[in-house]
Design a protein around this ligand. Sequence first.
Ligand code: GSH
Length: 219
Amino acid sequence: MSEFIVHSIPGSPYGRAVLATLEEKGADYRLAPVAPGTFRAPAHLARHPFGRVPVLEHDGFLVYETQAILRYLDRILPSPAFTAADPKAAAKMDQLMGVNDWYLFQGVSSVITFQRVVGPRLMGLTPDEAAIAEALPRAVTVFDELARQLGDGPFFVGETPTLADLMLAPQVEFFSLTPEWETLGSPHPNIVAWLARMETRPSLQATTWDKVAEMASAA
Ligand SMILES: N[C@@H](CCC(=O)N[C@@H](CS)C(=O)NCC(=O)O)C(=O)O
């Protein structure tokens, strides 16, 4: 199997989901860092017309959108599987990946963790407290629903992790680094325990922001 190339940056939760999936699969891969300020340069727009990361390159095949990348990896590297065989369980996984993209990221993580974690670390930004306060009620709704979906299980769908866990964990970990975690995590010990469970996985430990920064320096 030829090498997988991941075009991404340190500090991207979406990029981390791809890297963690490759780690879980034991695949050969390398990070191709996208230089700051070049997201909308022609070379990157040729890979990703919307100027975002991650992009997966495999045998000359390019695919963007993290859900599409993760499902491609799970099909081409079927063992161990990260999609439930049962159609209802697979639908629940797909639903959670949609929740990640539409309700957790858009206007919630893209505000709160950007203002608290990504912006300060990458751009020296001072958090916009009004924007964070405005986004917080939406975050509460999302975390309430995530906690309901997780219930008493060790992972979101069944007894082993799926692509939904790999997609959600990098986003949720960012929230755990913010003061808003008190509001979002404390009411949901199941989410806190799930995050701790995910963070002990070698795939997540190999793809922390610092580890991806090391990969970028070595590239
Ligand atoms: N729907 C996309 C979202 C990707 C995304 O928003 N990536 C962020 C980094 S985590 C990005 O590229 N941001 C750069 C920008 O918005 O200019 C996916 O699933 O891959």
